[in-house]
Design a protein around this ligand. Structure first.
Ligand code: LMR
Length: 396
């Protein structure tokens, strides 16, 4: 039965973690996967999450099934976080929010739902994008193509190229956009540029699918969700995936959500019923613990405040590490101006290194980043940043 099965290539991001774990060198550094580490190089348990966990442990709750579309307290809080308090779309009951297994799960539920509606549609992803975008939408049955985004010469975004590619797409094309902290480049559109993108998307009848895996890691929770609110003001059909892996440090709990904005409450009810079928036929219903943690924190004013402060602490530490890396690279003798690293936002820096240089970093220095040249700045700390800088200097 399985004799013809071919080995699949290892995952470009999570496969690196497997290789990192197998690497015996004590001074190895994992800048491959997007996981935040604190100044000691440890994955932190947020204090607000720890407190919520204590509260839940004291409640001795039985472990029943959640509704197919998730914990109601959780999806209500997520809606407010994503669309803002008093959002007209939410008030009108036009937003369907379903709990999902992380941001990836949300993307996949959305992709399966869209494929059922529109199997011939093309999906456009930015060039480059998070590696799993292309794989996931392809796996869901779509033809996936790229739109221009990163301009390596300018260390920035090819906005005109992006607008031209979106304007050329036929109506009904699904466009995957990054709400903030573009993965992998770290370059986000300005508010004015977003307005131009929204104009083209709305005029062309495209279907935006906005991935928001890093809300709070660029400017702040409200600022980073501005594009969602801008889309909600201009169109009544788009999708948004959100993730709390990074912002709550709940990677392994797989806590995310898919939100779908609809034209009216009746349409939303029909969409919800179809989304529930997608979920039920995949994994039946989501798991409880992570969603309870997030809704406990968001529903308690003190814990919520503590969370926003801890999130701000992560955001600020990453910014400091960007500065330290630029300094370290100059100190290690890299002649080029590397200050673009401090212009980028979020967890990643797109270093400009090619696959060969990334392989040397890995093999000779035990510094792991993706072959595309992405490094996770959120895993740098005062003890490893100079070594990383010297390793990069040795391969450029
Ligand atoms: C990443 O880009 O490294 C993260 O989003 C983790 C993942 O699932 O790829």
């Amino acid at each position: 039965m399985f004799s013809t099965v071919q080995p699949a290539p290892s995952d470009p991001i999570l496969g690196l973690t497997e290789r990192f774990i197998a690497d015996p060198r004590p001074d190895k550094v994992n800048l491959g996967v997007g996981v935040y580490q604190d100044e000691n190089g440890s994955l932190p348990l947020l204090r607000c999450v720890d407190a919520a966990e204590q509260t839940l442990a004291g409640q001795h709750r039985p472990k029943g099934y959640l509704p197919i579309d998730g914990l109601p307290d959780y999806t209500r809080e997520v809606k407010e976080l994503v669309f803002g308090p008093g959002s007209p779309a939410v008030m009108d009951d036009r937003v369907v929010t379903a709990q999902a297994l992380g941001g990836t799960g949300a993307l996949r539920i959305g992709a399966d739902f869209l494929h059922q509606l529109s199997p011939e549609a093309t999906v456009l992803v930015s060039t480059p994008s998070w590696e799993n975008h292309r794989a996931l939408f392809t796996r869901a049955g779509f033809t996936v193509r790229g739109y221009r985004y990163y301009d390596p010469e300018a260390h920035g975004i090819d906005v005109d190229g992006m607008l031209a590619d979106l304007a050329a797409a036929p109506a009904g094309t699904i466009v995957v956009l990054h709400a903030c902290c573009h993965n992998p480049t770290g370059y986000d559109l300005t508010a004015d540029q977003w307005d131009r993108v929204i104009d083209v998307v709305v005029a062309g009848g495209l279907v935006p699918f906005i991935d928001m895996a890093y809300q709070g890691f660029s400017q702040g929770l409200e600022e980073d969700a501005a594009v969602i609110r801008a889309f909600a003001a201009r169109t009544d059909s788009f999708l948004c995936s959100s993730s709390f892996s990074k912002s709550f440090g709940l990677y392994g709990e797989r806590v995310g959500a898919l939100s779908i904005v609809c034209a009216d409450a009746d349409e939303a009810a029909r969409v919800r019923s179809q989304v529930k079928v997608v979920i039920r036929t995949n994994y039946s219903s989501p798991s409880t613990h992570g969603a309870l943690l997030v809704s406990t924190v968001l529903g308690d004013p003190q814990l919520r405040l503590a969370w926003t402060q801890e999130l701000a602490g992560m955001r600020d530490r990453i910014k400091q590490m960007r500065g330290a890396l630029v300094q370290g690279l100059a100190g290690a003798g890299v002649p080029d101006d590397m200050s673009f690293i401090t212009d980028q936002v979020g967890m990643f820096s797109y270093s400009g290194l090619d696959a060969r240089q990334m392989a040397r970093l890995r093999e000779e220095f035990g510094v792991y980043g993706t072959d595309a040249g992405r490094i996770c700045v959120a895993a740098l700390n005062p003890s490893n940043v100079d070594r990383v800088a010297r390793s990069i200097a040795a391969v450029v």
